[in-house]
Design a protein around this ligand. Sequence first.
Ligand code: BTN
Length: 251
Amino acid sequence: IGQQITMPHKGNIRVAQVIESTNTELKDAASKRANGDVILAEIQTAGRGRHGRQWLAPVGGSLTMSMYWRFNDGYQSMAGLSLLVGIAVCQALKQCGLDEARLKWPNDVYLYGKKLAGVLIEVEGQLGAPADSIIGIGLNVTVPEHEYDVGQPHIDMSHELGPDLNRNDIAARIIEQLWELLPAFTQHGFEPYVATWQELDWFADRTVVIKAGNKRISGVNRGIDASGALLLETSDGITRFHGGEVSLRAG
Ligand code: BTN
C-alpha cells in the first residue's frame, strides 16, 4: 500500500505501516475521528477476529482496514450492519473482476466455500444515544493457502485472479462501496438490502449447523429477515438467530 490514496472527500484515509490493529487504532482515536474515516495497515501486530480470536495475515498479502461510522439514531438503526458490509465487499470484489465471492451469515465473505474475508464490527455507545461503529475488514489478497494455517479453510483473491493484484485499487473500491451504501443504510435500514444479501448467500437453502453457546442446532438456512437475523427451519418451524456470539457451518 504505502502511499496516499486520492478520492472524493467523504472521510480521511490513513495508511499505517505497523500498528496493533486498525480497529483498536480507530477506537482509541475517539476525539480525532470523523464519520467515514478509514485506517489501513500494512502490518497488524495484534489483529483481532470475532469470538475473541486473533486475525493473522502475512505481510503484504492481505488488506486490513477499518472504517468509523456514526449512527445518530443509536443501536437500533444498526441492525444488519455486518451483513451490509459483506454486500459492500462482494460488490467491490466484483468490480475488481471477482464475480464468485459469496456471503456466509452473519459476516464472512466466501469464495468456493472457503473464507476470503472477515468482518469485525465493534460498537460503542449507550442506549438512547448516538452509537459509534468501527467496521473492520480483513481480506486475503495473496495468502498462501497451504503455507498459512489459521485453523480454518481459507482462500485468497489470487486463486481466481492471479498474483498481479493492486491492493490500492481493491481498498479504494471497498471504501467507495462503504461510503456509498452506509448513508442510505443509516437512513433506511437493512430492509432494502435483504434480497441482494440472499442472492449472495453461499448457504442458501442448505442444511447448516448453528452454534449458540454450547448448543448446536441443525436446520435448513431459509435466508434472513429485515433485521439481518437468520431464519433457520427445523422440525419446530422457523427460528430466528441474531449475529453476536452465534456462528454457522455447513451441516
Ligand atoms: C473474523 O472473521 O473473525 C473477523 C476478522 C476481522 C479482521 C480485521 S483486519 C482489520 C481489522 N482490525 C482488526 O484487528 N480486525 C479487523
